[in-house]
Design a protein around this ligand. Structure first.
Ligand code: 5GP
Ligand code: ZN
Length: 111
């Protein structure tokens, strides 16, 4: 499995940084953002290291599909139904962790 030893999300995937998982599938995991900016703010990351969503899509469409599918599942479970799915791509766009990840954000947390 592709992994970057210095990558914080690879460490979360490997269980080396303990983070409660909200959900997972064979290729992706979901957990809460450590610094939530909305009432619902969940991250979905592929288990393998890819620098950003474009690299993920180019090298492993099935992993991108797994990320989007898990994001949809998490949004149904934790948000009111409407949500944003954001992939910051590149430092100037605000990407700070260079392991592809989707932000699920929503104004409404499911009651
Ligand atoms: P980016 O800015 O790269 O799109 O998103 C990275 C996100 O990861 C940020 O929203 C940041 O709060 C979150 N984050 C960074 N380190 C950790 C961590 O160790 N645990 C969790 N749960 N989230 C993290
Ligand atoms: Zn990584």
């Amino acid at each position: 499995m592709a992994r970057d030893l210095d990558c914080i999300f690879c460490k979360i995937v490997a269980g080396e940084i303990s983070t409660p998982l909200l959900g997972s599938n064979e290729l992706a995991i979901a957990f809460r953002d450590i610094a939530p900016r909305k009432p619902v703010h969940i991250l979905v990351v592929p288990r393998e290291h890819h620098a950003n969503v474009v690299e993920l899509a180019e090298s492993s469409p099935e992993e991108l599909h797994a990320v989007v599918s898990l994001a949809n599942q998490m949004a149904k479970q934790f948000s009111g139904g409407s949500f944003r799915l954001t992939f910051n791509t590149g430092a100037e766009a605000g990407q700070t962790v260079f392991h592809a990840h989707a932000h699920i954000t929503s104004e409404t947390a499911k009651a």
